[in-house]
Design a protein around this ligand. Structure first.
Ligand code: NI
Length: 245
């Protein structure tokens, strides 16, 4: 999810080296020469970038309509996916990003309500369940898969969120305000629901033209080979599901 923001400052890349310093692999920590150590760190970082190359997909990419299945295991690759998702989210100045927005069919989203790697808290929600809605609130939303498009959505004001974090610990929280809106918006993504589906009728009419433009752009990218056909996309999603769900 993205909030409208007047600032033009772009989020910096956030990279942490320590996840790659596995005791069973070549470790920059074990390299005595400082110059070699920094070179090795860079090579390892770039190698990881190359291995998990994700990008944010935009409407009407079919994976955005995919209903994600629960995750049954977390491994090193999934931890890399999460790091890459945070990086993409900050670059796009978002406060939340769901796995199917990076073309992955797994039930997970990341969030940082400050949209800034130097502020706020980085949160990962695995297999989230939203319950106990209370009250209603109308507010403007945006989405990293519909860049530049904003509209008002009415949602429950307070909800309970249950999920697991990357350490397998349970998350149980009663949330409101922006936090409530983000967990609802992102959990919707995992069910193949977009905020445009929940927009107020007047907001829907206002964005019709913009949605047509997204569709035209998507179709032209597909015609020129920039996006695989539906069968290829479905086959890839099935592979990921077989591995993690
Ligand atoms: Ni979104």
């Amino acid at each position: 999810m993205r909030q409208r923001d007047g600032s033009t400052r772009r989020g910096r890349e956030s990279f942490s080296d320590e996840p790659y310093l596995n005791a069973n692999r070549i470790s920059p920590k074990k390299t005595p020469d400082p110059l070699m150590r920094s070179k090795l760190k860079r090579i390892m970082r770039d190698y990881q970038c190359w291995r998990i190359l994700l990008e944010i997909i935009t409407y009407p990419h079919p994976t955005l309509r995919h209903k994600s299945k629960p995750i049954k295991r977390v491994d090193a690759e999934l931890r890399e996916v999460v790091r890459e998702m945070f990086k993409l989210m900050y670059e796009a100045k978002g406060v939340g990003l769901a796995a199917n927005q990076v073309d992955l069919p797994i039930r997970l989203f990341v969030a940082n309500l400050e949209a800034d790697p130097d502020k706020g808290e980085e949160m990962v929600f695995i297999n989230p369940v939203v319950s106990m809605p209370k009250g209603t609130e109308e507010n403007e939303e945006g989405c990293l898969s519909l860049p530049g498009l904003y509209g008002n959505v009415v949602r429950p004001k307070k909800v309970r969120i249950n999920a697991y974090n990357m350490q397998g610990e349970e998350i149980n929280a009663d949330v409101e305000g922006l936090f409530s809106r983000v967990v609802q918006h992102e959990t919707d993504h995992l069910d193949g629901v977009l905020f445009i589906d929940r927009m107020t009728e007047s907001a829907k009419i206002e964005v019709e033209g913009e949605l047509d433009m997204f569709e035209t752009e998507f179709n032209s990218r597909r015609d020129t080979g920039g996006i695989p056909d539906n069968a290829a996309i479905a086959a890839r999603l099935s592979e990921w599901e077989a591995k993690y769900c």
